[in-house]
Design a protein around this ligand. Structure first.
Ligand code: SF4
Length: 399
């Protein structure tokens, strides 16, 4: 039974097929799309047939989904596939009670921890702790700090660190594993982006249809009707950019992040293809000017010093990022002269301007600010309409 689709036995199988790209090429000859779709179509918990399955079938099914996502490697479907597949492997890990070295997590015994520290950490003397709580407090694993820091999304204060290792209870180890899975999933997806294949295109459509149907909403479809922006549901990084930022952060916050985020959020929340142009989503340039560029300019003016006063040419760069080329007065026909930039992923934002990322509770498991916004819109819709509960959509991306 495979516990980690990125390591150990799974890697061996991929090697036997000649490496990742060759495996992706032979997958259409081996897998039935309807069987693969079962990996994302379950409701409350993964069915037994997905838990106890043949290793090769498991690996090919998992990578078939990654191949399908490579057709459109962003948005709600990525979150959903990632979450549901993580759950399949987590279910197995819970079942066998071990990690088999995944994410570098190793089991530890009582002797590995000073007894006084273990006594405090596990609250051994404390009365009123149920056996289940006690089990969850037990320090049973450890992971080298260098790995831990890559996969842990919580605070360092929440874990016990000793001699270069973070010591973990079972719930903490599972959380680290989730972080590991999310990271590897994104890395592999990035590495296969741009796969040209009718099989994966078909699988992508089938999978997308199912996921959207379950979400009970047209919100995430490529044909979603653009809707007015809900500024109150924007992620913290975008809200900060809107308020205006100091000089070192201005170009990234305003021209790169805000321009791309507002334009996709307003006119094309879930693009159906990678090379979508703004003119596919709007009737006139005026709409873009009024609803996106004016907001971007206002935010630029709130920067210190004001961005567009300081760098008047930067407005051309805004149009450039919207796909109209480097111009000040575009026409609709110019749309497509440059790439319409998709909002940068959170890791890119953190790498470029770490001060912009001040995550709140909705950021958990989020990799792109647009996904944050879509998820919050969806929750809001559920809250108001009372539908969509139990679809699993609301937790998308928490791996
Ligand atoms: S986690 Fe992502 S969405 Fe949240 S504040 Fe940071 S960059 Fe923005």
């Amino acid at each position: 039974m495979i516990l980690d689709p990125f390591g150990g036995r799974a890697a061996e199988i991929i090697e036997e097929f000649g490496g990742l790209m060759k495996t992706l090429m032979i997958i259409p000859d081996y897998v039935d799309p309807d069987e693969v779709i079962k990996r994302v179509s379950w409701e409350d918990k993964p069915p037994d047939e997905l838990i106890d399955m043949n290793d090769i079938e498991d690996v090919l099914g998992f990578y078939a989904l990654l191949g399908a996502l490579s057709i459109k490697p962003y948005g709600f479907e990525v979150e959903e596939v990632m979450k549901r597949n993580a759950e399949i492997y987590l279910h197995r890990i819970r079942l066998v009670g071990r990690f088999d070295g995944a994410a570098g997590i190793e089991a530890v015994g009582r002797e590995d921890l000073p007894s006084r520290d273990a006594f405090i950490l596990e609250r051994r003397g404390l009365r009123g702790v149920t056996p289940e709580e006690r089990e969850n407090l037990r320090i049973a694993y450890r992971i080298h700090l260098s790995d831990f820091l890559k996969f842990w999304e919580g605070s360092l204060k929440d874990v016990y660190v000793r001699s270069g290792y973070a010591y973990l209870s079972k719930p903490q180890a599972l959380e680290v594993w989730r972080g590991y899975f999310r990271r590897r999933f994104s890395e592999v997806l990035r590495s296969i982006e741009g796969l040209e294949s009718e099989f994966y295109k078909g699988l992508n459509e089938k999978m997308g249809e199912l996921i959207r149907k379950r979400a009970g909403s047209t919100l995430y479809t490529g044909s979603v009707k653009a809707q007015p922006l809900r500024f109150d549901l924007f992620p913290p990084c975008v809200r900060m950019a809107l308020e205006g930022v100091p000089s070192g952060m201005r170009n990234y916050a305003i021209t790169v992040l805000l321009t791309s985020f507002l334009s996709y959020a307003r006119f094309c929340p879930n693009p159906s293809r990678k090379d979508v142009r703004l003119r596919d989503c709007v009737q006139s340039v005026r709409e873009v000017e009024e609803e996106v560029v004016s907001v971007v300019i206002d935010a630029g003016n709130r920067c210190s010093p004001p961005l567009f006063e300081d760098q008047p040419n930067e407005i051309k760069n805004v149009w450039y990022h919207l796909g109209f080329g480097f111009t000040e007065k575009p026409s609709l026909d110019d749309s497509g002269s440059s790439v319409w930039y998709f909002p940068p992923n959170c890791d890119k934002i953190r790498a470029n301007v770490p001060q912009l990322c001040n995550p709140d509770e909705f950021c958990r498991g989020i990799r792109n600010p647009l996904t944050y916004y879509l998820r919050r819109l969806f929750r809001e819709k559920q809250r108001q309409g009372g539908d969509g509960a139990g679809t699993g959509a609301e937790g998308g991306g928490d791996g």
